[in-house]
Design a protein around this ligand. Structure first.
Ligand code: ADP
Ligand code: 5GP
Length: 198
């Protein structure tokens, strides 16, 4: 589909992807749109169905996968996640830049499609800081936290693979990371804004 290039944000759980993308969506309202994924995990306090995720049962998710509704799907830390064609289409039909927040398996799957996004890796300054952020977020059980850290250690290594990501941003100081993200997306933002004005 023609229109602005989508943006994939990927990186370990707790690296700051949601924090950064929520700022983008707020600052550039109408320019970016979030691809609302489906998941079988339970909502966290403050998360809204249809906004943060479409929260579904395993049966509902499996039915959608079987009927070809997903561009990609993966199991992460014991829960299913997936990007539906409808989620991306909803954003692109409004001529907005579609942002996808997906894990490493999702990145590899999307690479096999014709979506042609800009791939941005969001990384923590260290595994120790990642663990602290995840603990302080207070959203995970000890079991979930340990699973996420184990996957993070593996994915931090995989993400160094040359050519996998177009850009890597280390989210140490939040303002700094956000400025870098905006700089990477400047051209796309300008294009989207000028096409809206015309
Ligand atoms: P992700 O979406 O990648 O799992 P979050 O955006 O939920 O990560 O961030 C994980 C936690 O770290 C949140 O509690 C968030 O407020 C916090 N956080 C994000 N970026 C920073 C930063 N640069 N410095 C300190 N804390 C941060
Ligand atoms: P969380 O449970 O913290 O919201 O997300 C866990 C992981 O799942 C994160 O790495 C996030 O990027 C990833 N994720 C969220 N939605 C999708 C999706 O639709 N597809 C894939 N492959 N991963 C997703």
């Amino acid at each position: 589909m023609a229109g602005p290039r989508p943006v994939v944000l990927s990186g370990p759980s707790g690296a700051g992807k949601s924090t950064l993308l929520k700022r983008l969506l707020k600052e550039f309202e109408g320019v970016f749109g979030f691809s609302v994924s489906h998941t079988t995990r339970k909502p966290r306090p403050g998360e809204a169905d249809g906004k943060d995720y479409h929260f579904v049962t395993v049966q509902e998710m499996q039915r959608g996968i079987d009927s070809g509704e997903f561009i990609e799907h993966a199991v992460f830390s014991g829960n299913m996640y997936g990007t539906s064609k409808a989620a991306v289409h909803a954003v692109q039909s409004g001529n907005q830049i579609c942002i996808l927040d997906i894990d490493m398996q999702g990145v590899k799957s999307i690479k096999k499609t014709d979506l042609n996004p800009i791939y941005i890796s969001i990384q923590p300054p260290s595994v120790e800081i990642l663990e602290k952020r995840l603990r302080d977020r207070k959203t995970e059980s000890e079991e979930s936290l340990q699973k996420r850290l184990a996957v993070a250690k593996r994915d931090i290594e995989i993400s160094k693979e040359p050519g996998l990501f177009d850009e890597a941003i280390i989210n140490d100081d939040l303002e700094d990371a956000y400025s870098k993200l905006k700089a990477v997306l400047k051209e796309e933002i300008n294009k989207a804004q000028s096409s809206k004005d015309s």
